[in-house]
Each structure stands twice: as C-alpha cells, then as structure tokens.
Design a protein around this ligand. Sequence first.
Ligand SMILES: CCCCC/C=C\C/C=C\C/C=C\C/C=C\CCCC(=O)SCCNC(=O)CCNC(=O)[C@H](O)C(C)(C)COP(=O)(O)OP(=O)(O)OC[C@H]1O[C@@H](n2cnc3c(N)ncnc32)[C@H](O)[C@@H]1OP(=O)(O)O
Length: 224
Amino acid sequence: MTSRRSSLDASAAHAGGFFLDDTPTEEVDRREAVLESLAGTVRDLVDAAIRTTVEDEEVLRVRDDLAALVARLRASQLPGPAGVRFNADRRSWNWGNAVVGAANGIAPPLRVVHGPDGCHADVRLGAAYEGPPGLVHGGVSAMLLDHIMGETASGRRRTAFTGTLTMRYRRGTPLGPLRLEARVVREEGRKIFVDGSISDAGGVTVEAEGIFIQPAGTPEFPRT
Ligand SMILES: CCCCC/C=C\C/C=C\C/C=C\C/C=C\CCCC(=O)SCCNC(=O)CCNC(=O)[C@H](O)C(C)(C)COP(=O)(O)OP(=O)(O)OC[C@H]1O[C@@H](n2cnc3c(N)ncnc32)[C@H](O)[C@@H]1OP(=O)(O)O
C-alpha cells in the first residue's frame, strides 16, 4: 500500500493534474452515478438548444430558467478543472474529461471497453458534433481517436501522452451510430505505437496512427 501510494505521488508530480485521493471507491461510484445523470440531461439540453424551433420569447424564458439552475450548481464549486484522480484501489476518475468525463455534458461520452487485443467503443454522435452537413466534425473524430488510442496505450496501468497523431479521412463520417477501435502495434522504449479507426455500418471512415509517449519517470503497473 505504501509503495503504491508513493508511486502515484511520483506520477502526480510528473504529470500535473493527476491526484492521489483518499475517497473510497464506493463513494466515488455513488457520486459518479449522480453526476453522470446530470450530464445526460445537460447533453439533452445541448441537443434541444441546437434543434429547437420554439418562438424567440420562449427561448429567452428558458435561458432565464437555466441561468437560475446554473447559479444553484455554482453554490459550491471546485476552484479549477476536475483533473484526474486515483485512489489506493487504482480506481481512477476524470469527470471533466472532454471525451469520457462522467460529469461532462459536452463529452459524447465514449465508453471505452478494454479487451485482450485493444480497445473499442460504440458511440452515437448527434447534432452537437456536426461539421460538414450531416457529418462528424473532423476535429471531433480526431479527438475521439486521440482518446481511445491514448487509453489503449495507457492500458489503465501507465500514463501515455499523445506525441504524434496522424489522421486519414477516407470518407465523410455520418452522424449517428459509430464504432471506434484501437490497438497497440508495437512499443520501443517509452514510445507506444497505436493504430485506430472509426467505422460506420459501411466500414472504415477514418484511420489514425499515433505515437504515444510514457513520460520519463512515471510508474508502470502490472497488467490486470
Ligand atoms: C499514473 C497512474 C497510472 C495508472 C493509469 C490509470 C488510469 C489512467 C486514467 C486516466 C488516463 C487514461 C487514459 C488517457 C487517455 C487518453 C488521453 C488522451 C491523450 C492526450 O490527449 S495527451 C494530451 C496531448 N499531448 C500532450 O500534451 C503531450 C505534450 N508533450 C509532452 O508532454 C512531451 O513532449 C512528451 C511526454 C510527449 C515527450 O516528452 P519526453 O521528455 O518524455 O520525451 P523525450 O524527448 O525524452 O523523448 C522520448 C522518445 O519519444 C520521442 N518523442 C518525443 N516527443 C515525441 C513526439 N511528440 N512524437 C513522436 N515521438 C516523440 C523521442 O524522439 C524519443 O524517442 P527515442 O527514445 O527513440 O529517441
């Protein structure tokens, strides 16, 4: 226990924003479920705001009602972003993360499944992720791939930062149901080479290659 704590402390020093936290796993799970349900409604709100056709006066009334709700959440706030936290069980939580944050209503969110040969995630992207008409914004595709590929490189046992990410957009990615996949191709020292893709029902729409770097001096835990 002591050595794990000191390893995590060393990591926190290296990759600012990673915090060791004493909150018990049970309490983390409970709070996460509550925040996740709020984020789901926020996500619904974003979609509703984009697609609403109600009259101007009603839009302005809704805006005022929402401002009152925002004030209630602001009654008690973290001083800055949520960061990435770990407890001694190695339960990690990154509730603000742009792609997987449980409390983040602008994260799709991606639910990454770790398997023996890499990671995958099924996601449905709606109007909030549009770039070209009816298609996913290219930066959103890159963001989602960056995350799933980084998490694949990390394997939930080490920190891995994106060094280089190369995208090939083969055809437009339609809004709607999509599958993301990523796998480690090879490792050289602290460099982890990862391939990734996004597919719709008709096959691959985006391919990516990435080099992820384990920052020097950060710990690596055994595979679980
Ligand atoms: C700690 C607890 C562990 C437990 C984990 C458990 C759970 C984890 C929980 C949550 C996190 C989960 C998943 C994370 C998932 C996704 C996150 C998405 C990823 C991101 O969104 S992350 C943000 C964007 N990302 C950055 O913000 C990076 C900014 N940057 C840097 O922080 C440094 O720049 C760094 C670290 C990249 C390198 O710094 P460095 O000092 O370690 O590198 P150094 O010079 O020593 O090079 C060593 C070797 O890498 C080669 N090399 C260096 N840089 C390269 C590059 N850019 N491209 C290709 N190769 C490169 C050299 O050529 C040399 O290669 P060689 O050895 O062959 O010569």
